[in-house]
Design a protein around this ligand. Structure first.
Ligand code: MN
Length: 290
């Protein structure tokens, strides 16, 4: 059964105990099954408080992050790669500590604009580190998924097919594909082919509008996405992701270029997204009857 979740940044820009509680309460109010917790700084994350608040609200948690230049697994600098591996090891521990099963995001390179292609050595460093991390995650009961993002946010892979080729280089079946409609809308031929190409290697899906605002108010072809997910029998997590300068983390605001306000009411935005996603999935389920 597909679980529907919501990214923590819809409700909070800070993730101290108060921020964690605000985010989890908001996600529950909107009707979601779980929260995707941003773990940009997993060393400062209070997993005990999070586990308690999650249990109190009967909400599950996944984790996600984008690496920085200082922790870039695709760097040619061994010390930088090692710091990235340490950060991701800690993020896996956080997810496992709250009973979560998934860590995803841009965990194979820095989440930033690059001004040159990834180097062969950099790709190899990232693939080898992810293979080790995939084993570590498996022993913790966590699956890793690599989020494919657009050309302005990574230089390692920008399409599902490039992501699958990179996963072949990683060569660890506990490391999967993560697609995001916001990025697909920029780089892919459409919503259908990437999902079909991903098949059973597709483990995680982000739902975002073309401008990262209200679902249905932009140009993403959600009808095709839901049909494609149904066609491959997708039953993994689906997460609503939206960013506004109304609720921000300064670091992410800069790396993602969130310069304007597309919404101000987190509760209204999230409740709408929860209905939109569940309605989309329900509609394509009935195709079985045709
Ligand atoms: Mn995303």
């Amino acid at each position: 059964m597909t679980r529907i979740g919501c990214h923590g940044f819809v409700f909070s820009g800070r993730f101290d105990e108060r921020g964690i509680a605000n985010a989890i309460e908001g996600v529950q109010r909107a009707g979601f099954d779980f929260i995707e917790m941003p773990l940009m700084d997993p060393f400062s994350f209070d997993e005990r408080a999070a586990a308690r608040i999650l249990a109190d609200h009967d909400i599950e948690m996944t984790g996600s992050l984008g690496l920085s230049a200082a922790t870039d697994l695709s760097s040619e600098n061994a010390a930088v790669v090692r710091r990235g591996e340490e950060l991701l090891t800690r993020a896996i521990d956080v997810v496992a500590a709250v009973g979560g099963t998934d860590l995803c995001g841009v965990i194979y390179s820095a989440l930033q604009k690059y001004f040159a292609p990834a180097t062969a050595q950099g790709r190899r460093n990232s693939a080898e580190a992810l293979s080790r991390l995939g084993d570590y995650a498996r022993s913790a009961g966590v699956q890793l998924s690599l989020e494919i993002v657009n050309r302005y946010e990574t230089n390692v892979c920008n399409t599902a097919r490039e992501g699958l080729a990179f996963l072949d280089e990683v060569g660890n079946d506990n490391v999967h594909l993560h697609l995001d409609t916001y990025h697909m809308n920029i780089e892919e031929s459409g919503m259908f082919e990437p999902v079909l190409d991903g098949g059973d290697r597709l483990r995680y899906v982000h739902i975002g509008e073309s401008h990262r605002g209200y679902l249905g108010s932009g140009s993403v072809d959600f009808d095709s996405l839901f049909r494609a997910l149904h066609r491959i029998g997708y039953d993994g997590p689906i997460v609503f992701e939206s960013f506004s300068s109304a609720v921000v983390d300064e670091q992410l605001t800069r790396s993602l270029g969130i310069w304007r306000n597309l919404w101000t009411d987190s509760d209204d935005l999230a409740a709408h997204a929860n209905r939109f996603i569940r309605d989309g999935i329900r509609a394509v389920e009935t195709i079985e009857l045709h």
